[in-house]
Design a protein around this ligand. Sequence first.
Ligand SMILES: *Cc1c(COP(=O)(O)O)cnc(C)c1O
Length: 388
Amino acid sequence: MTTGSSTLPRARLVVDLAAVRHNVATLRAAAAPAELMVVVKADGYGHGMVEVARAAREAGAHWLGVAVLEEALALRAAGDEGPLLCWLGTPGEELAPAVAADVELTAYTPDDVAAVVAAAQEVGRTARLQLKIDTGLGRGGATEADWPALVAAALQARQDGHVEVTGIWSHLACSDEPEHPANDAQEAAFRRALAVAEEAGLRPRWRHLANSAAALTRPTSRFDLVRCGLAAYGLSPVPQLQSSAELGLVPAMTATARLALVKRVPPGSGVSYGHTYVTDRETTLGVVPVGYAEGVLRSASGVAPLLAAGRRTTVAGRVCMDQLVVDLGDAPAAAGDEVVLFGPGLTGEPTAEEWARACGTISYEIVTRLGGRFTREHVDSTQEDPAR
Ligand SMILES: *Cc1c(COP(=O)(O)O)cnc(C)c1O
């Protein structure tokens, strides 16, 4: 193995918090007068939950959203104090710490309401509770048939002084296809559920339905609050219709790795497992020390783009557990040089969106999966960084 003098990590994810702030400000302006919740679940879609949360708050995100309790409590432990919603509980989970930390919980069933009431009694304070209606995603939330019973349970808990009901919300199934009829149907079902609650005497402050795609493409879905994940990281939630740049978003994550080895090989050389790639002439191969253990999808084999030695190339042959290979042609390259898997796309490098298309998936999966032996650092491109 050749080691250059550079002290750069072997493989790193660089997350630009200035890009996150820019995207948050852009989404806030787009959604206004609705408020913005930035969704930071799954370690901030792989970008670093605590750092992204801080940047989002700085840029004026009124709310943060997470899936599971540990995520909410980790944000509180890191000092976050603002409105914070959590929506994916598991029966038997201890809710008292969340109530004590002022985390807003979501109830899908009367049993969920009872669990929150028990936690409120244990802690000795009123819990903040939101109710979820399943308007057609067929995932979490009460069905329309079960909705009146959930509303009734929440009203009883409120009357008993155990909960304050702060929100009613739902989630869309087809928001990335703005013309899909399910969007109209779900929005209509949401309005019906709000009416049922209101007639029963429940009119919470926060009514919300839209994720990134709906927030950007469907103004009628914005209600009081939009919940944006992907767009806050600078990725387009409707890539078939509009690119990040067209939406005024800047991708925050750059993934790079340093070539572990560069070597000349003759024509007819098989490359990587299965020899699915064979050189057609004398050429230079570069070994890139990241693989599927780092979350580089194996479906990137032979198709995903990279920027290496100043030019676009493609993963040559199969992605292995720890490494992949690129064919550098006759471009000058040396071991230790950085290659870019993807980045904002502003200086010739591919984007996570291009990776998604090449791998037959969505950019959510590209960024969220990366980890393993990648290091991750946070930078602020609006500030001079002497280390770079
Ligand atoms: C993940 C998630 C979001 C964010 O979705 P994006 O498409 O990334 O904006 C919003 N709401 C809920 C309930 C989610 O689970």
